[in-house]
Design a protein around this ligand. Structure first.
Ligand SMILES: Nc1nc2c(c(=O)[nH]1)N[C@H]1C(S)=C(S)[C@@H](COP(=O)(O)O)O[C@H]1N2
Ligand SMILES: [Mo]
Length: 171
């Protein structure tokens, strides 16, 4: 009887250990957060990002090769997070911007207007795939891809946080 109990316990430990390992290999743990002037702070992993409407952007790399990036329009993410907006005449959120931050400390800002197709036709997405494959580790899992723009400097790699801000008129 005792051997049976020990065997059962051993089996249980083995089973839970294997399920933990299994979970770790499957769950994508890297997340991107949407914070600041929003009603709902978002914490999204890659699988959750895939549930948003997907938008494609074609962009050439330094060597002139064209790549098809896929991801979510930044404005779609902001709409999901529900930006704290001012209502009333003349209030079109034109004093809002986002600060995008990467794991290496690199930062880029975009005004809300340039993310909005009513003002600009330049598509700006948070991409998580290129030519149908996940982004390489030194770029991803999340990278902003700006459709237009001669320099790729605003295509910020390894994005960790997107903060919605309002211009501080004191400075
Ligand atoms: N996180 C992060 N993203 C970044 C940078 C950086 O230093 N850190 N450099 C930018 C600059 S200046 C350029 S030119 C492009 C280079 O992109 P590439 O490595 O895909 O050619 O990445 C941009 N994105
Ligand atoms: Mo650059």
């Amino acid at each position: 009887m005792r051997t049976y109990k020990i065997a059962a316990l051993f089996f249980f430990v083995l089973l839970s250990a294997s399920s933990i390992c299994h979970g770790q290999t499957n769950v994508k743990r890297a997340v991107v957060t949407i914070t600041g002037q929003v009603h709902k702070t978002l914490v999204l992993n890659e699988l959750e990002l895939n549930t948003f409407r997907q938008t494609q952007v074609l962009r050439r790399d330094k060597e002139g090769h064209k790549h098809r990036y896929s991801g979510v329009l930044l404005l779609d993410l902001l709409q999901k997070a529900e930006i704290n907006s001012v209502h009333g005449p003349g209030s079109k959120n034109l004093n809002r911007y986002i600060l995008v931050e990467a794991s290496d400390g690199y930062q880029v800002i975009f005004t809300l207007a340039e993310l909005d197709e009513n003002y600009s036709s330049n598509r700006i997405i948070l991409a998580n795939s290129r030519d149908g494959e996940a982004l390489p580790a030194n770029e991803g899992p999340f990278r902003v891809i700006v459709q237009d723009g001669k320099k790729p400097a605003r295509c910020i790699r390894q994005v960790t946080n997107i903060a919605v801000r309002i211009v501080d008129s004191k400075f």
